[in-house]
Design a protein around this ligand. Structure first.
Ligand code: NDP
Length: 454
């Protein structure tokens, strides 16, 4: 009989925490999970899921336009923001319900409260000011939007959290940042008819991705009507009641109805009192863990965005599952963070697996590049001049495909499958030996024969 209230107490019912709690309970552990907001976490409640629904919504105006080329006469269309919000909320409620049901079915006790450390085995539940003890504690509270408060007027801005609940769709918006969230929301707002400005301090957008794709996505976004300004450092935001004036260093100001910051997310460690348990954080406030997600304190573990390994839902889920397998299932699993395929739901979409050309050149010296830019078949009739791009990076020594990068429709779906091939160590010869699926865009991946650089 354990001397603690629970075998495992999980802080945060997001992707990583929920998975860990369910799997650990499945192995017979007595588990509780505390959540201060809503079960489901960022991904389900105010991240990936509602974002993707908004992306779908934002594509229609373009598609109604493109339908003409296929013989359709589409009547006057009208968009209802409140209807989208209501339908999105209903879907989020449904998913939230499923998460709760699954936790309960696994025997996990859900506690609606914030939890903070008292010591390495004791937590304070803020909702009723009680304490609870556990043999092990898993910290999985995620991350929160970062807004640089040193910029005067930055507090007038919204973040992605608020973007999902706006009372009305603004006529114009300035989005500050050039990463996943800024680029995805620029596409969403632009598609919904908002005059959209993307202000990025560097250039081109999406630092960390392959340069050709970064330039390609930026070019296409500009073609769609987004005012993408690179090397645009916002130095102040002034509230003029009817609008905001955004001051940009060495560039003309812009006036917009709404300003949104999308400048990264910081680990949610503030106020958790981790110091009372002796848990060490890194300089960015992230919890430092080993390959089994264990902190410097033997009975305390952490998974997901709070550890800043890769701020992605599937990574948090994998880490949570591996933790439970390792600690409660007797199967030590160290999560492999190499080669994480990913998608940016920009417009056009981007899907990527493996190394960028820049990273491959750094690591391998000489690499072969196969690149193809073309007009997707749909656009031969749609009237759109949007381009699609595919790029393979190959190690000339081993013939291994080191990276694959796609810009265009369904690039995210392709990235998942390419991730498997690359993880298996596929060579260019394997790609070449694979029969094409015709007519698709992805057949280009197995028919590129001429090196564009090498
Ligand atoms: P990102 O790290 O992707 O991008 C942050 C952006 O903000 C960068 O362009 C960065 O510029 C810029 N920035 C940072 N600090 C400042 C500052 N002080 N002033 C001006 N600009 C600044 O973060 P996001 O917020 O877009 O997304 C957070 C995380 O969420 C991502 O890392 C991603 O892992 C995850 N996510 C994943 C999605 C997906 O899988 N599709 C979708 C959405 C989010 P610079 O490049 O110069 O550093």
């Amino acid at each position: 009989m354990t001397k603690y209230d629970y075998d495992l107490f999980v802080i945060g019912a997001g992707s990583g925490g929920v998975r860990a709690a369910r799997i650990a309970a499945g192995y017979g552990a007595k588990v509780a999970i505390a959540e201060e907001y809503r079960v489901g976490g960022t991904c389900v409640i105010r991240g990936c899921v509602p974002k993707k629904l908004f992306v779908y919504a934002s594509h229609f105006a373009e598609e109604f336009e493109q339908a003409k080329g296929f013989g359709w006469k589409v009547g006057k269309s009208k968009f209802d923001w409140h209807k989208l919000l209501a339908n999105k909320d209903a879907e989020i409620d449904r998913l939230n319900g499923i998460y709760i049901k699954n936790l309960k079915a696994a025997g996990v006790k859900i506690i609606e409260s914030r939890a903070e450390f008292e010591d390495a085995h004791t937590l304070r539940l803020i909702a009723d000011d009680s304490t609870v003890t556990a043999e092990r504690i898993l910290v999985a509270p995620g991350a929160a939007p970062y807004v640089p408060h040193n910029v005067p007027g930055a507090t007038y801005s919204i973040t992605s959290n608020e973007a999902f609940h706006l009372e009305k769709l603004p006529k114009s918006i300035a989005i500050i940042g050039g990463g996943y969230i800024a680029v995805e929301f620029a596409g969403i707002f632009n598609g919904l008819g908002v005059d959209t400005h993307l202000l990025y301090r560097g250039g081109p957008i999406l630092r960390g991705f392959d340069q050709d794709l970064r330039e390609g996505v930026q070019r296409e976004m500009i073609k769609k009507g987004i005012d993408v300004q690179t090397h645009a450092n916002v130095i102040g935001i002034v509230d003029h009641t009817t609008h905001f004036n955004v001051e940009i260093a060495d560039k003309p100001d812009i006036d917009v109805e709404l300003v949104m910051y999308a400048t990264g997310r910081v680990p949610n460690t503030d106020g958790l009192c981790l110091e009372k348990a002796g848990v060490i954080l890194d300089g960015a406030g992230a919890i430092m863990v080993d390959e089994y997600s264990k902190t410097n304190i033997d009975n305390i573990y952490a998974v997901g965005d709070v550890t800043n390994r890769a701020q992605l839902t599937p990574v948090a889920i994998r880490e949570g599952h591996a933790f439970a397998d390792t600690v409660y299932g007797g199967k030590p699993v160290a999560v492999d963070h190499a080669l994480i395929p990913t998608a940016v739901f920009s417009q056009p979409e981007m899907g990527t697996a493996g190394l960028t050309e820049e990273a491959a050149r750094k690591q391998y010296g000489k690499v072969d590049i196969y690149k193809s830019t073309f007009r997707p078949m749909k656009h031969t009739l749609s009237g759109s001049d949007e381009q699609m791009m595919m790029k393979l990076i190959v190690d000339p020594e081993s013939d291994k495909v080191l990276g694959c990068h796609i810009m265009g429709p369904d690039a995210g779906e392709m990235a998942q499958l390419l991730g498997i091939s690359l993880k298996m160590g596929a060579t260019k010869a394997d790609f070449d030996a694979t029969m094409a699926v015709h007519p698709t865009a992805s057949e280009e991946l197995v028919t590129m024969r001429t090196k564009s650089e090498g």
